[in-house]
Design a binder for this molecule. Structure first.
Ligand code: CTP
Ligand code: MG
Length: 236
C-alpha cells in the first residue's frame, strides 16, 4: 500500500443462488462452517471495515434461512431482491444501494456469498490499488496448471499458453453508475454476463486485474467446503 487512505465503499453480496453443484439440502451459502453459516463469514469480511458505507445482500424472494441469521437484524446490512441470474441479483442490489443513498461515482464491491475466505489484506490491496483508477477492477489469480483445449471426443486438441490467463475472483470493484449501465445494456443486448467485469468489458472498458490469494476460493463443490473446514480447523 502506498500509504494513502483507502476509499469509502459499498458492498453488494449476491446470495440468491441455489448451489446446484454443491448438491446439499439447502443453498450453499447457508451451510455451516466453523460454527456459522458461510454467508455470515462472508459478511464478516466487510462488516468491521472502517471504509464500509453499507452492505446489501440480494436474496431469493422465498428464502426461509436468512431471517434466522443474527446478521439479518444488523442495521448495517440491508436486503435486496435477487433474480434469475447472478447479474439480475446484482442489478437488484444496485437499485437498493441507490435507495440507500449511494451515488453514481461511489465505489461498489460485488462479492460472492460463497467466498468466505477473503483475506483482509486482499480487500485492502484491492481498495488501495484501485482508489484512483478510472474504471476499477477485480481480484484475480494467474492460472497455475497447464491448460488443455479439449475436442468433442474428450481428447486433448492442444496445450494452451497459460501466461495471459487469469481466474476472475471477487470482490469486483466498480463505480455504481457505470457498472449499472453496463449491466443493463449488456443484458438488453443478450450478452453472456458471468461477472461484473464482463459487463464493463462488453461496454468497452478494460478492468484492472489485481493479483489476490488463491485461497479466496468460491465454494462450488462439496470438496471445496471440506478443504476449507480442514484449513480453518488447523487455524487460520
Ligand atoms: N447468485 C445470485 N443469484 C443467482 C445466481 C447466483 O445471487 N440467480 C449468487 C450465488 O448465491 C453466489 C454467487 O452468485 O453467491 C456465485 O454464483 P455460483 O457460485 O454459481 O452459485 P450458485 O448459482 O448458487 O451455484 P450453482 O451454479 O452450482 O447452482
Ligand atoms: Mg451459478
Amino acid at each position: 500500500m502506498s500509504g494513502q487512505s483507502l476509499p469509502a465503499f459499498w458492498v453488494l453480496v449476491p446470495a440468491a443462488g441455489v448451489g446446484s453443484r454443491m448438491r446439499a439440502d439447502r443453498p450453499k451459502q447457508y451451510l455451516q462452517l466453523a460454527g456459522k453459516t458461510i454467508l455470515e463469514h462472508t459478511l464478516d469480511c466487510f462488516l468491521g471495515h472502517p471504509g464500509l458505507r453499507g452492505l446489501v445482500v440480494s436474496l431469493a424472494a422465498d428464502d426461509p434461512y436468512w431471517p434466522t441469521l443474527s446478521c439479518a437484524q444488523d442495521p448495517r446490512v440491508r436486503r435486496a431482491e435477487g433474480g434469475r441470474e447472478r447479474a439480475d441479483s446484482v442489478l437488484g442490489g444496485l437499485s437498493r444501494l441507490i435507495e440507500l443513498g449511494a451515488r453514481e461515482q461511489d465505489w461498489v464491491l460485488v462479492h460472492d456469498a460463497a467466498r468466505p475466505n477473503l483475506a483482509r489484506s486482499d480487500l485492502d490491496l484491492l481498495l488501495s490499488e484501485l482508489a484512483d483508477d478510472p474504471i476499477g477492477g477485480l481480484l484475480a489469480v494467474p492460472a497455475r496448471d497447464t491448460l488443455k483445449r479439449a475436442g468433442a471426443d474428450g481428447r486433448v486438441l492442444e496445450t494452451v499458453d497459460r501466461s495471459p490467463i487469469w481466474l476472475a475472483y471477487t470482490p469486483q470493484m466498480f463505480r455504481l453508475g457505470p457498472l449499472r449501465r453496463a449491466l443493463v445494456d449488456a443484458l438488453a443486448a443478450g450478452a453472456a454476463i458471468t461477472d461484473e467485469a464482463s459487463a464493463l468489458e462488453w461496454a468497452g472498458a478494460a478492468p484492472r486485474l489485481i493479483e489476490g490469494r488463491a485461497d479466496n476460493l468460491k465454494i462450488t463443490r462439496p470438496e471445496d467446503l471440506d478443504w476449507l473446514r480442514q484449513r480453518w480447523s488447523a487455524g487460520r
